[in-house]
Design a protein around this ligand. Structure first.
Ligand code: PHE
Length: 362
């Protein structure tokens, strides 16, 4: 078959017993089939070159052999048919080589790039609502001279409790439902960002004005308002002349910057071992304006964060002089703040990363 057809090119047309146009056409169509079958097997630059040399090579290519063996010695009547057949074969072979060249290039470099086509649009993500809220909080405090510091999520009981005036067996340790890390020699996951108060004052001489964004952990069962992980923003300002009025002023400034000029604030007595006096900061309900609704549980007020004047006992742990220094601290739940702000009813939405939720806060 294929080999037969090729062998025939070593003989002359008369030797093959061909004496008509039909006979010549039959010879060429046999060769065409053989060439097409081989061209279909071309897989790379080497097999392409081998194909080209075999069929179109100057010295011993099949088309040259046809020219030598069939065309030149052919009787004048046959020359026309052989010449036409050879021309057609050459054209077909050259076309095969060209198209194989393209597909070989495709294999090597991929399809040709059409630079005029529009690009593939990749969806662009946005920062998470918690991140966005942090950025806004940071902007508000940076504007009045606070700077941002961050600290470890794995803490020692000393920083998380002891130095914050929460001694062992103090009931405040229980209601913080701490995760202790097994085999860590007593380390724990911080239950609040307050340990960074201690770490900062230990390192820096006064005055101190910091905010601390970060994740905190508590052994809570996850539900619409609780999670075992959530986000806080801590604040601490300590200097030689800070008064309760400064504290009150910063609270007012912050609440107005965050929620608008119409919102009212109120301080409610509270208790934290590391602040004295301690206060919960409430704001007038942004939904009903204070007249009472479901969001504020019909009280007109919403609890925003815990705070107070730094307990002088804390200064003792960091080598600050409690007689000359004073300051205030606060700690707020960022998830809670974002929920209030955007009317989100399920805390878990922040952690599930459902794009249908995330997309609503571009
Ligand atoms: N650390 C407290 C908490 O997590 C909040 C707080 C911080 C209160 C600073 C007062 C001062 O509940």
């Amino acid at each position: 078959m294929a080999t037969d057809a090729l062998q025939k090119t070593t003989l002359r047309v008369e030797q093959l017993g061909v004496s008509s146009q039909a006979g010549v056409d039959a010879l060429f169509s046999e060769l065409r089939s053989a060439a097409d079958a081989e061209a279909a097997q071309i897989r790379g630059p080497e097999s392409l070159e081998a194909f080209r040399v075999k069929w179109l090579g100057r010295r011993d290519g099949i088309s040259s052999r046809i020219s030598e063996n069939w065309l030149k010695p052919a009787p004048p009547v046959m020359k026309k048919f052989v010449g036409a057949g050879l021309n057609q074969l050459r054209t077909a072979l050259e076309a095969s080589v060209e198209s194989a060249k393209n597909s070989v290039a495709d294999i090597e470099t991929g399809p040709p790039i059409d630079l005029s086509l529009p690009g593939i649009e990749r969806p662009v993500g946005t920062s998470h609502l918690i991140r966005q809220t942090y950025e806004e909080l940071e902007r508000i405090f940076l504007a009045i001279g606070f700077s941002v510091v961050e600290g470890p999520e794995m803490e020692t009981p000393y920083y998380n409790f002891e130095a914050l005036n929460i001694p062992e067996h103090h009931p405040a340790r229980d209601n913080m439902d701490t995760f202790y890390i097994e085999g860590s020699g007593g380390h724990l996951l911080r239950t609040h960002t307050s340990p960074m108060q201690i770490r900062t004052m230990e390192k820096e001489p006064p005055p101190v004005r910091i905010i601390v964004p970060g994740k905190v952990y508590r052994r809570d069962n996850p539900d619409a308002t609780h999670g075992f992980i959530f986000h806080q923003l801590e604040g601490l300002a300590v200097d030689y002349d800070i008064t309760f009025c400064d504290f009150r002023g910063v609270v007012d400034y912050f609440v107005r910057a965050l929620l608008g000029p119409k919102v009212k604030t109120r301080l409610r007595p509270s208790y934290f071992p590391f602040t004295e006096p301690s206060a919960e900061v409430d704001v007038s309900c942004h939904v009903c304006g204070g007249s009472g609704c479901r969001t504020c549980k019909f009280s007109g007020w919403i609890e925003l964060f815990g705070s107070g004047m730094v307990n002088p006992a804390v200064y003792g742990f960091v080598g600050y002089d409690p007689k000359r220094l004073s300051g205030f601290a606060f700690g707020m739940g960022v998830d809670r703040l974002a929920m209030l702000r955007y009317g989100i009813t399920d805390l878990q939405a922040f952690f599930q990363n459902d794009v249908r939720f995330l997309r609503q806060f571009p």
